[in-house]
Write a protein that binds this ligand. Sequence first.
Ligand code: NI
Length: 175
Amino acid sequence: MEALMYPIGKFAAEPHPAEEHRQEWIKDIAQMPGILRSTVQSLTAEQLLVPYRPGGWNVRQIVHHLADNDMNAYIRFKRALTEETPTASSYRQAEWAELSDTNDTPIEISIQLMEALHQRFVLLLRKLSPEQFERTVISPAYGEMTLHEAAQRYAWHGRHHIGQIQSLIERMGWQ
Ligand code: NI
């Protein structure tokens, strides 16, 4: 089950990354919506409703969860840049995934949302100074972290969930 849940492995932060590593994560964030789009584009309506693991979210829920997460992440970054170590708001992701917008919204809408959001996010990230990446935020789930770690976690999160979908596609022989 662990291998199904974490197809790219668990998150491990690099506390004081080199500039070129930071640029790689920003590139990951920039490319994420396009990779997600190409990963799901050939899936049928029925395939979108298949859970990526027994008892796990289906593909449609994963796509909408990514949009939910990324909206929260953007707010968290902007608050950390303008407030002293703010406490980020938590959200109950399992319950969000059961709300009607997750069922009723075509995944295309969430992909478009992320394409727009990531453009704004990346424009912000590219201009941040090393000092700004040292600013901190308190995550309800993970405690105090720098924006270095938050950016890595954010890049990992996108790759993590796309990895779940890719691993499902491979196991099912859909491509
Ligand atoms: Ni997630």
